[in-house]
Design a protein around this ligand. Structure first.
Ligand SMILES: [Zn+2]
Length: 679
């Protein structure tokens, strides 16, 4: 349950992606390039996604318990099965109390014990609701929020530690906007029909949940109305997703006295005391207007409205772990209404996800011992070093960057730290208490553990051994503050990494992922950080201007890419990820050229090495997605949808045209002088 929100981690796919497949395909048999997945009635120059993936797209509709389905899903699913085996082994070991195996086993079993969970109903949250009823005045609200945060429940705003953007060797405290039950501020404020529909459904959902919690219909409706009004005011004070991408406006380090001046309506000293940090010296207020408005509201808004709001937070954040009536209602709104998912994932997968989310590195340690071959790490390190050389070479050859800035770009590239597989140092779970038959309490205990772990870091040097993802996570990331790229063990499997297939398919998949993560150090956000991870403008003005012009070209390309009826990709929101995809492809292609295979045109399964590179890349991003989920992601996800990740960058690469003999008669042909490239 790590909080990713404030710590900038630029990943290869949606962070909260928890998709998996019903189709269990053996990873070892996964072919990177397979004609049965293609549609050769379409020309590669007209629609490469359809050409490379048309067969697969036709034969693999989204299963009922999912909102999207792609290559990732197959890997994710295989991984779930491995994780379940580990967890069941732990559960069956009847290990001594306090051991890791006992904790993993009891956590999982407590979640699977639906008989006990259903019998308890809403019992686990009754005390929390009574505590809210006992609040007597508005001045008690902020200390109450602090107390909830110590239990890992962040209503209204988030509090957490992260590397200081301007002094990355140290960890500082942060405030980050929050408090909304819908996934984004725009749902409250936009007048498009989809947002309006979601607002109506959300109010009905709140009412339904209060009724489940024992309220009369009239009272429940009144709660819902007032909660919606309060959240709408919070939404108005919130930054947009785009504003939150700006590392400069979200850096506002101040002393507690300055915070008191910024938002004087509440007693911040009392808040930090309740949080267990009475001597905290400074804090980075990521969104100043939000904290100002929150303080005002804590003073102005009627206490009864606040009580409704905090009760809703308790019910809403617990709903997924309570009896099946709560859980099902919660799913019907957050799964079906927002994303179109028809049925819930099987319970074992949900509980497994929560177990892995709560005790990530405990399970991760077992995972790598059993499933991660040391040869994979060696091969990865070699690939990373080849990719680093090819990016260095590309920097030397840039025609838009001055020599002075190039020197600093090289320094930053050379300094990128690489982590592969798993951490050298594991989290110690001694202080985490897990008991059988106490699912909800176990969830809370894990949140408390995570909160304590987090605040213990504040005010101390950043620990370079720390990982922001667990080894069993199918993803990868770049951290601008640490200037490092990180590849968890679980991504080193097909369709990314093929231990025994040719170089072309590996460079087209995991090679591009490596290049993607490296490029994040030089995307529109990452380029603002220097080689030690400080927010520090190392660019000459003309170079920055040239970069921005080139980035604008990519923004325009995606803004013009239509997905669903009139919906298009948001070129500005996705620019960082798109720059990383463009860079990843070019860098990996160059590195691939140094291999023996790239010097030949020997076909495998009917395709040249050059063609296999691009087909393998397209295989990574093939996807079917529900309309509702697509509409949601176009608003919220900084990553472009799979088809755009294929069909936009490739038609901007000269070598792609050569590999498939594409000429100017092709539908997606772009003239050489119009092709975008930055890195
Ligand atoms: Zn990324």
């Amino acid at each position: 349950m790590k909080l990713f929100l404030g710590t900038l981690m630029l990943s290869i796919l949606l962070m909260s992606c928890a998709q998996e497949s019903a189709q269990e395909e053996d990873a070892a048999k996964f072919k990177a390039v397979d004609v049965k997945n293609m549609d050769r009635s379409v020309k590669p120059g007209d629609d490469f996604n359809q050409y490379a993936n048309g067969g697969w797209i036709k034969n693999n509709p989204v299963p009922d318990d999912k909102t999207q389905f792609g290559s990732f899903s197959i890997l994710y699913d295989n991984n779930q099965i491995k994780l379940q085996e580990l967890v069941l082994e732990a559960a069956e070991a009847h290990a001594p109390k306090g051991s890791i195996a006992q904790k993993i086993g009891d956590f999982y079993n407590s979640g699977m014990d639906t008989l006990s969970i259903d019998k308890l109903g809403m019992e686990p949250i009754v005390k929390d609701l009574e505590q809210i009823d006992a609040i007597k005045s508005n001045s008690e609200l902020l200390p109450y929020i602090a107390e909830m945060q110590t239990k890992g429940s962040n209503s209204l705003f988030y509090f957490f530690g992260s590397q200081d953007d301007k002094n990355s060797s140290m960890v500082i405290a942060n405030f980050y906007q929050g408090g909304l039950g819908l996934p984004d501020r725009d749902y409250y404020l936009s007048d498009d029909p989809r947002s309006a529909e979601m607002r109506t459904a959300y109010v009905a959902h709140i009412q339904r949940m209060f009724e489940l919690a024992g309220c009369k219909a009239d009272d429940a409706a009144s709660h819902a109305k007032r909660i919606m009004a309060l959240e709408t005011r919070l939404a108005e004070a919130s930054f947009t997703r785009l504003e939150n991408r700006d590392p400069f406006t979200t850096y506002n380090k101040m002393s507690i006295a300055e915070l008191q001046e910024l938002a004087p309506q509440v007693d911040w000293k009392a808040y930090f005391t309740a949080l267990g940090l009475p001597d905290l010296a400074e804090i980075n207020v990521r969104q100043k207007p939000f904290i100002q408005e929150t303080a005002k509201m804590l003073q102005e808004v009627a206490l009864d409205d606040w009580k409704s709001y905090f009760k809703w937070n308790v019910i809403n954040s617990a709903a997924g772990y309570l009896s099946s009536d709560f859980e099902q209602a919660n799913f019907e709104f957050y799964g079906t209404m927002l994303s179109g998912q028809k049925v819930q994932r099987p319970r074992w997968k949900r509980v497994l996800g929560n177990t892995s989310g709560s005790m990530g590195e405990a399970i991760g340690k077992l995972y790598v011992e059993k499933y991660f071959p040391p040869e994979a790490k060696e091969r990865m390190l070699k690939l990373v070093s080849n990719l680093r050389l090819s990016l260095a070479n590309r920097i030397d050859n840039l025609d838009w960057m001055t020599e002075e800035t190039k020197v600093l770009a090289h320094e930053k590239l050379d300094a990128i730290n690489v982590k592969v597989g798993y951490p050298n140092k594991w989290t110690d779970y001694t202080d985490l208490k897990i008991e059988e038959g106490q699912y909800y309490q176990n969830i809370i205990n894990a949140r408390i553990f995570s909160f304590n772990e987090d605040i213990a870091k504040i005010g101390k040097p950043h620990d370079k051994e720390e990982w922001g993802m667990t080894p069993q996570t199918v993803n990868a990331y770049y951290s601008p503050n640490a200037n490092e790229i990180v590849f968890p063990a679980a991504i080193l499997q097909p369709p990314f990494f093929f231990m025994d297939q040719d170089d072309a398919v590996n460079y087209g998949a995991i090679g591009v992922v490596i290049g993607h993560e490296m490029t994040h150090g030089f995307d529109d956000q990452g380029r603002n950080y220097d080689k030690v991870g400080n927010l520090n403008n190392w660019w000459k003005e003309d170079d920055a201007k040239a970069f921005e012009e080139k980035a604008q070209q990519i923004i325009d390309l995606f803004n013009n890419y239509t997905e669903l009826d009139s919906l298009h990709v948001d070129g500005e929101l996705t620019i960082g990820e798109n720059i990383a995809d463009f860079g990843g492809l070019n860098i990996s292609w160059d590195a691939f050229q140094k291999t023996e295979q790239a010097k030949t045109t020997d076909k495998i399964d009917g395709f040249t090495p050059q063609q296999r590179f691009f087909l393998s890349y397209a295989g990574v991003w093939r996807q079917n997605i529900l309309d509702k989920e697509l509409a949601r992601r176009l608003k919220e996800d900084v990553h472009s949808p799979g088809d755009a990740r294929i069909n936009v960058p490739l038609y901007n690469m000269d070598v792609f045209y050569q590999a498939f003999d594409i000429d100017e008669t092709a539908k997606r042909y772009r003239a050489p002088e119009d092709r975008a490239v930055i890195w």
